[in-house]
Design a protein around this ligand. Structure first.
Ligand code: RIB
Ligand code: CA
Length: 306
């Protein structure tokens, strides 16, 4: 019996690879994709989601566009990481499909049924709006597996990871929601690097494999330049992989709170692993990952796509 999932994303190289991993994995059924402004503006992230589903041979899966800006801040994009298109690297076909006309928040309220797992791989603006505008949906969300946050160093500022940094208020709402939450943060995603060898394995593997190889060629440049890494963390794919196989990531239950009013630390996910604050535990936080098994799952599944 596969798990119904919705990916809320800002494609984005790693979002696109996460979508393809979901399409290639019988353990999950991707019932919809919603988009939000983040890595690039909403028009670009939405177009990229449509293109990715076409590359994966599943243009039938509905896409709904959501928030074009954070709840209460100016949008900060990541063109320096993902390029002007948001998916620089491969040649991007003009999508042959359109998003549904409904706003992502209303679309989510409609399609989420009991047992659905929500996999946000972006700033949490849509999810916070969903909980505010459609509180009745809460009970139908089985679990939220969020790629975002960090116990340790951030990647936008020393304190904050991008998805939390762009919309700290939204992240605070979701962390305080009481819905079962797993946080897949930089502490685990940076432990599993997709290398050129993985890309070469995929380059001849079919349309989706070639697409991922060309995405990683571009994505790698940022990580080489900024971190000196020999590979790239495919952050968002690890959130999907956690739904596919929850034994890959080791998580610890803790309180996660989000800083929203600090000059230096806005967007910081403050993870209280030792319970020193007395704040109630509200999330399972990734602290380790079996990198080899995750990467083998990712590459072998993408390899299986036409
Ligand atoms: O910090 C990494 C996260 O921010 C990933 O989801 C990436 O796609 C960007 O959205
Ligand atoms: Ca993302």
């Amino acid at each position: 019996m596969s798990t119904k999932i919705v990916i809320d994303c800002d494609p984005g190289h790693d979002d696109a690879i996460a979508i393809l991993l979901a399409l290639a994995s019988p353990e999950v059924e991707l019932i919809g994709v919603t988009t939000v402004a983040g890595n690039q503006t909403l028009d670009k992230t939405t177009r990229n989601a449509l293109v990715t589903l076409e590359v994966g041979g599943r243009a039938d899966i509905p896409v709904a566009a959501g928030a074009d800006a954070p709840l209460s801040r100016e949008l900060r994009t990541a063109a320096h990481v993902h390029g002007d298109s948001g998916l620089d690297g491969p040649e991007l076909p003009e999508p042959r499909t359109q998003p549904v006309t409904e706003h992502a928040v209303d679309f989510l309220a409609e399609i989420i049924e009991g047992g659905t797992v929500l996999v946000p791989t972006a700033p949490l603006t849509n999810i916070a709006l969903l909980l505010e505008r459609h509180p009745e949906v809460r009970d139908r969300i089985e679990h939220i597996v969020w790629m975002g946050g960090a116990i340790g160093e951030g990647n936008v500022t020393p304190a904050a990871e991008f998805n939390a940094f762009v919309d700290p208020e939204a992240a605070a709402v979701v962390c305080a929601s009481g819905i079962p939450l797993t946080m897949i943060g930089l502490d685990v995603t940076h432990k599993a690097l997709f290398t050129r060898a993985h890309a070469e394995r995929l380059r001849e593997a079919g349309r989706a494999g070639r697409f991922v190889a060309e995405l990683s060629d571009f994505f790698q440049r940022f990580h080489e330049r900024s971190y000196g890494f020999e590979g790239s963390p495919i952050h968002d794919a690890m959130a999907v992989a956690h739904v596919i196989d929850p034994t890959l990531v080791t998580a610890r239950t803790a309180n996660v709170a989000v800083e929203t009013s600090s000059e230096l630390c806005d967007g910081r996910t403050v993870v209280d692993l030792r319970g020193v604050t007395g704040r109630p535990e509200n999330a399972d936080v990734g602290v380790d990952v079996d990198a080899d098994r995750f990467l083998e799952l990712l590459v072998s599944r993408i390899e299986s796509l036409p």
